[in-house]
Structure formats: structure tokens, C-alpha cells
Ligand binder design. Structure first.
Ligand code: HEM
Ligand SMILES: [Cu+2]
Length: 555
């Protein structure tokens, strides 16, 4: 296939036609998936809210399976493939190495999506997102996972091949930009992750066909989480790369120290797989030494990486803002930031919600001892909605508002509405997560149709306060759902009906601030924010040890 390029009038970037079309296709598939997952979210939310308790048990578990997979696998991974094709060929002004294979991998992923969704909707795969053995689904459900994973793996290889092509054809000079570097780290982790997917889903598929007699549940969990957890690190890595990109696009920030940022990305590759062990902290077959080693010493190095990015990104914003003369006091740079720009709103919300809520709860619940009071409660779902929804999803939403004009070449139908969408979704999600996590600390279980266990032989006592927090979760969830629906509406509306972006050169949003090395710009504001973060972390961590101690009252 012949490579055809256009020059983007807005950014001056050379855009390869096949890369552009594949970005569009993957982004559209992602948006369709978040729509599917969102519809299921309405049903799941209204069932977990005891005042409504909408669905019957079978439909609840079906909707929950559908929600988890469409959101965390399809929405996130289709979008990530689009990000890889953007961060590789487009940012480097090069071509996608294998256009035809790009379409093959897209078709494989769509086929996998269809098989899985059909199996769930037919009621033949009520096995949850994790599909733990010995629960069994129809064989084409597992085949769907395999097709999707192979498709995604091929897409990642295509991205790496494109980096090689760009280097060989010298489309850039020096080292690759940080965004591309971050995307490459995500790609490497993706290969490891998808390998775990193949190792676990191929035998499980054979088991569903009757070829293998039995799958050991313990081994299943161990390997499955090599997929389930590591894929969260792809999300984090992609999200952090988008933070850097959004900081450049919105305030013209450049990384304050490339070496530090790049080393932090490397820490993810080295240490993240160990952290998968935090999903097995109450499993009986593993020793405490194994659990503590993997979830403490190893995992903290990956956490360190996130904390480094959590500091360097706002610091780069502070430096860029101060250079524009916003130097008054500690926070003029922040107060006068472009809060009305949907990209900046998304950056600020994604970074702070991911760090303050997702990060702090994650490290705390991932400690072996604390895990016993959070495992399998709604505290866990509260935690990961803060990471993959308030963190990753908001970052993706913010980036979408740049992808639409740059790649679909349409203006947004309304930038104001887009900004409002980000705030509505972010604030709704914060309320939802607060309610959910607190309800979980009253021992409300996750993945359970009935909070009260009304039909069980043994009814555990449920404190009245738990119902109040489940109500807060319900109300916050509805706001967030409205924000999510608005995202789909604005994106689809702009792609179909937005004014065309003209081919005449316009402002150059990608143009970064020149980095004048000699000038020393203080980052006092960021330092204060970092200290507030660390203090919150310490307080929350020790509160949890106190709660743990309070469980066994010795008289
Ligand atoms: C407004 C948006 C959303 C709402 C209101 C919502 C609500 C919920 C609720 C109520 C549950 C059930 C918790 C339980 O009973 O254990 C749940 C589970 C889940 N959600 Fe969401 N969610 C939203 C968006 C998302 C997004 C964007 C993602 C991923 C990127 C996501 C990933 C998940 C996963 C993986 C589960 C667990 C599924 C399982 O246990 O198998 N959610 N969500
Ligand atoms: Cu994990």
C-alpha cells in the first residue's frame, strides 16, 4: 500500500493516511464500547442502590459482566491502540509500518468484542469480568478473548515496527519525544500482559471445549492477574503519557527533567508485574512471605514511578505558567490556569483524582494486613473506579477533544459543553467513589446482588449508615452517567455535524515553549501540593491500621 501523507494545518505534523484512518476506527470502537458499558452501568448502579434494587439476580450478574468487560477491556484498549498509532507514526511524522496488518488486527479485535458481547447477552457467560474457573462460560466467550488479545498484540507490534521505520527513514532527529517513549513503555507492558492472557485463556478455552479436564482455580487466579493487573499498568502508563501531552497542548509545558521522567517510566516495566500479587492477598495457597515481598518491596517501586510523574507533570505546568509572568505567591499559576479548556480540566481532574483517591487507596488496600478488611468489599470497586475511571477515562476524554479536530478534522460542537462534561463526570465520579468506598468500609460486599442477603440462611448485620452511603453512591453515579452520556453525545455529534477544520494554517497547539535552560524557575506551589498529598497518604494509611486493630477488641 502506498503511503499518502497530508500536512496538518494546525500542527504542521505529517499525517499518514492509513494511520489516521486506523486511529479513527479504533477511537470509534472505543466510544461505542463506553456507550455499551455505560448502559450496563445504569442497570448495575440502580441495582446496587438498595432503595432502587432494579434487576433480578441473574440479570444483575449479566449486566455486571457486560459492564466490566466493555469498559475495562474494550473501551480502554481500543482507545489505547488509537493512542499508540498517534504517539508513534503521527507524533514522529512517519508512516504506520504495516497498514494492512493494522486492519487485520482491528478486525480481530472487533470479532473478539462481538463474540464476547453476544455470549454475555445470550446468558452464556455470567462469569464476571475475571471469569474465574471453575465457573464456565460458552467456549466462544473464551475464543473472543483470544481473538481480541491476538488482535491487540498485533497492533502493538505494528506500533513498534513503526518506530523502527521512523528511525530508519529518519523522520525525527535526536531521541524520541517523551510521549512516544511513554507509549513505548505501555507497549512493552502490553506484550507481557497479553502473553499472560494467552497462557491462561488458551487452556481455559480448551477446558470449555472438553479437551482439558480441569483448570486449577489457584493457578487460574495467579496467571489471570498477570493479565488483569498488568493491563492496569498499561492504562496508567498511557494515562501519564497523555498527562504530558495535555500539559503541552494546554499550557505549553515541557518536561522539567526528561531523564527523571524516562527513568520513572522504566520503573513501571520492571516492577509492575509483581504487584499483580495484591489480588491474591487472601488466597490460601500462597505464603505470607511471598505475598509481602511481592506487594511491598516490588510494588512500591512502581508506586514511586507514579509519584514522580504526579510531581513532574504539575511542576512542568507551574514552570510554563510562571514563565508567562504568573509568578505571584504560591498558586497564581494554578488559579490562572486555563480551567475553561476541556483538555486542562481533564488533566487537572485526572491527575488529582487518580493520585489522591486511586493511588492512596490502592497502596493502602494492597498492604497484606489491611487487605483483610477491604478485600471483596465495595472499597475495592471504589478504589479502581478512581484509577481507571476518574484517572484513565477522564484523561482519554480530555484527549478526545483534541483527536476530534486533529484526526477527524471537525470542530467540537461546543467547547463549553465539553468542559462542562469533564466537570460533571469528574465531580459525579468523586461523589460516587466516596459513597462506594465508605459503604465498603461498612463491609458491604462487592459483586453482590443483595446487600442484605435477605434470602440467605445467615443475615449479617448491616449498619444503617451503609445505606446512606450507598445512596450517595447512587446519586453521584447518576451525575457521572449523565457526564458519560454527554461525552458520547459531544464526540459523535462533533464527528458527524461539527464544522470542518479548514486546511489553512491556524494556531499551533503543539508548539511547545522553548526550554531556556539557564533560567531557574521555582516550583514552590507544586512542592506544597506534594506535601499535602504525602500528609493525606500518611493519615489514610494509619487510619486503616487503626480500623484493623479495632476489629479485634480485647477486653
Ligand atoms: C458513570 C460511570 C460508571 C458507573 C456509575 C459505574 C458503576 C459501577 C458499579 C455500581 C459497579 C458494581 C460494583 C459491584 O457491585 O461490585 C461497577 C463495577 C465495575 N466497573 Fe464501573 N461504573 C462506571 C464506569 C466504569 C468505567 C469507565 C470503567 C472502566 C474503565 C468501569 C469498570 C468497572 C469494573 C471493571 C467493574 C467490576 C466488574 C466485576 O466485578 O466483574 N466502570 N461499576
Ligand atoms: Cu491490581
Amino acid at each position: 500500500m502506498e503511503a499518502v501523507y497530508r500536512t496538518c494545518a494546525q500542527t504542521g505534523l505529517k499525517v499518514h493516511n492509513h494511520a489516521e484512518r486506523l486511529i479513527r476506527a479504533n477511537a470509534v470502537a472505543g466510544v461505542v464500547s463506553i456507550l455499551f458499558g455505560g448502559i450496563a452501568a445504569v442497570l448495575v448502579l440502580l441495582t446496587r442502590w438498595p432503595a432502587v434494587h432494579l434487576l433480578d439476580p441473574a440479570s444483575f450478574y449479566r449486566a455486571l459482566t457486560f459492564h466490566g468487560i466493555n469498559m475495562l477491556i474494550f473501551w480502554i484498549i481500543f482507545f489505547e491502540i488509537a493512542v499508540l498509532y498517534f504517539a508513534g507514526p503521527i507524533v514522529l511524522g512517519s508512516r504506520l509500518a504495516w497498514p494492512r496488518i493494522g486492519w487485520v488486527s482491528f478486525v480481530l479485535m472487533v470479532a473478539g468484542t462481538l463474540l464476547i458481547n453476544i455470549a454475555i447477552l445470550q446468558g452464556k457467560a455470567d462469569v464476571m469480568f475475571t471469569s474465574y474457573a471453575p465457573m464456565q462460560a460458552a467456549s466462544y466467550f473464551y475464543l473472543g478473548w483470544i481473538l481480541f488479545a491476538v488482535g491487540a498484540l498485533v497492533a502493538v507490534c505494528n506500533f513498534f515496527a513503526s518506530l523502527v521505520v521512523a528511525k530508519a527513514e529518519r523522520t525525527y532527529t535526536g531521541s524520541i519525544p517523551l510521549v512516544t517513549f511513554g507509549a513505548a513503555t505501555a507497549g512493552i507492558i502490553a506484550v507481557v500482559t497479553l502473553a499472560h492472557g494467552a497462557i491462561i485463556y488458551i487452556p481455559t478455552w480448551l477446558w470449555s471445549l472438553g479437551i482439558i479436564e480441569k483448570i486449577d482455580p489457584g493457578i487460574y487466579r495467579l496467571i489471570w492477574w498477570g493479565l488483569g493487573h498488568s493491563s492496569q499498568q498499561i492504562n496508567v502508563t498511557a494515562m501519564v503519557s497523555i498527562w504530558y501531552l495535555l500539559a503541552t497542548l494546554t499550557v505549553g509545558a515541557t518536561p522539567i527533567n526528561e531523564k527523571v521522567c524516562r527513568s520513572a517510566f522504566l520503573l513501571y516495566i520492571l516492577f509492575i508485574n509483581l504487584a499483580s500479587a495484591h489480588h491474591l492477598l487472601v488466597d490460601p495457597q500462597l505464603s505470607p512471605a511471598w505475598k509481602i515481598w511481592n506487594t511491598s518491596y516490588g510494588m512500591y517501586l512502581a508506586v514511586l514511578a507514579s509519584m514522580i510523574h504526579g510531581m513532574t507533570v504539575p511542576a512542568s505546568v507551574e514552570v510554563a505558567q510562571r514563565k508567562k509572568g504568573l509568578t505571584k505567591g504560591l498558586f497564581e499559576w494554578l488559579a490562572k490556569a486555563p480551567w475553561g479548556n476541556p483538555g486542562f480540566a481533564a488533566l487537572a481532574l485526572s491527575l488529582s483524582l487518580f493520585g489522591f483517591i486511586g493511588g492512596i487507596t490502592g497502596v493502602t488496600f494492597g498492604a497484606e494486613q489491611i487487605n483483610i478488611i477491604s478485600h471483596n468489599t465495595l472499597r475495592i470497586t471504589g478504589h479502581f473506579h478512581a484509577t481507571v475511571v476518574a484517572g484513565t477515562t477522564i484523561a482519554f476524554m480530555g484527549l478526545t477533544y483534541y483527536v476530534v479536530p486533529l484526526i477527524f478534522r471537525r470542530h467540537l460542537i461546543s467547547t463549553k459543553l465539553a468542559t462542562a462534561q469533564i466537570y460533571l463526570f469528574g465531580i459525579g465520579m468523586t461523589i460516587f467513589i466516596g459513597g462506594m468506598t465508605t459503604a465498603g468500609s461498612y463491609a458491604i460486599p462487592r459483586r453482590h446482588w443483595d446487600v442484605q442477603f435477605a434470602t440467605s440462611l445467615f443475615q449479617p448485620p448491616v449498619e444503617a449508615a451503609a445505606f446512606a452511603f450507598l445512596g450517595i453512591m447512587g446519586v453521584g453515579g447518576l451525575f457521572a452517567l449523565a457526564g458519560g452520556a454527554l461525552y458520547v453525545l459531544i464526540t459523535v455529534g462533533s464527528v458527524l455535524f461539527g464544522r470542518r477544520v479548514p486546511d489553512t494554517p491556524g494556531a499551533v497547539p503543539l508548539a511547545a515553549m522553548p526550554q531556556d535552560k539557564g533560567q531557574h524557575v521555582p516550583i514552590k506551589g507544586t512542592t506544597v501540593l506534594v506535601l499535602v498529598f504525602l500528609a493525606s497518604f500518611i493519615i489514610y494509611y494509619f487510619l486503616n491500621w487503626k480500623w484493623l486493630a479495632a476489629i479485634w477488641i480485647v477486653k
